[in-house]
Design a protein around this ligand. Structure first.
Ligand SMILES: [Ca+2]
Length: 161
């Protein structure tokens, strides 16, 4: 009887692992009333997939200068693996052809807290004005949306991981 329970418990744990893997599907960007375009570098923190959506109002891709600078503070003692930077072409003038490539430059450091914190800076021409934002997704769930402006730093507090 004891052995029967033990084998079934192992099977249940195995199935839970399969379900976790199935949840890790690619993401799409959402609109929220306004149109946003963005880049999406990603990392794994304590076994959870963290996608950072750094976004700007659609139509302003050509007003962004240089890579979007990101600094990520991971929870204290976290096991972290950086997956990829973002490197995507965008159509600035709406003619259907890509005119610019926007990249990200992400620095990951261990923080002192239990949660993940993201700082993002979008650089633009002096006098350019448009809104920017950061979304923190963990295992495909939106955990935080933080709004800001070009040429100002956004601080975004994410969940404990
Ligand atoms: Ca174009």
């Amino acid at each position: 009887m004891k052995k029967w329970f033990s084998n079934n418990a192992k099977w249940l744990i195995g199935m839970a692992g399969v379900l976790v893997l199935m949840a890790a599907v690619p993401l799409t960007t959402e609109a929220h009333g306004r149109r946003w375009s963005g880049a999406d570098p990603a990392l794994i923190v304590n076994g959870q997939t963290v996608n950072l959506y750094v976004e700007w109002e659609t139509g302003h891709a050509c007003d962004i200068r240089g890579p979007v600078e990101l600094k990520v503070l991971t929870p204290k003692g976290a096991d972290t693996e950086f997956l990829f930077e973002s490197n995507d072409a965008f159509d600035c003038d709406g003619d259907g052809n890509a005119d610019t490539v926007i990249t990200t430059n992400t620095v990951v450091k261990e923080g002192r807290g239990d949660n993940i914190v993201v700082f993002a800076k979008f650089r633009g021409e002096r006098g350019t004005r448009f809104d920017t934002r950061v979304e923190i997704h963990v295992d495909n769930e939106i955990e935080a949306i933080c709004q800001g402006h070009v040429n100002s730093k956004i601080r975004c507090n994410g969940p404990e991981l």
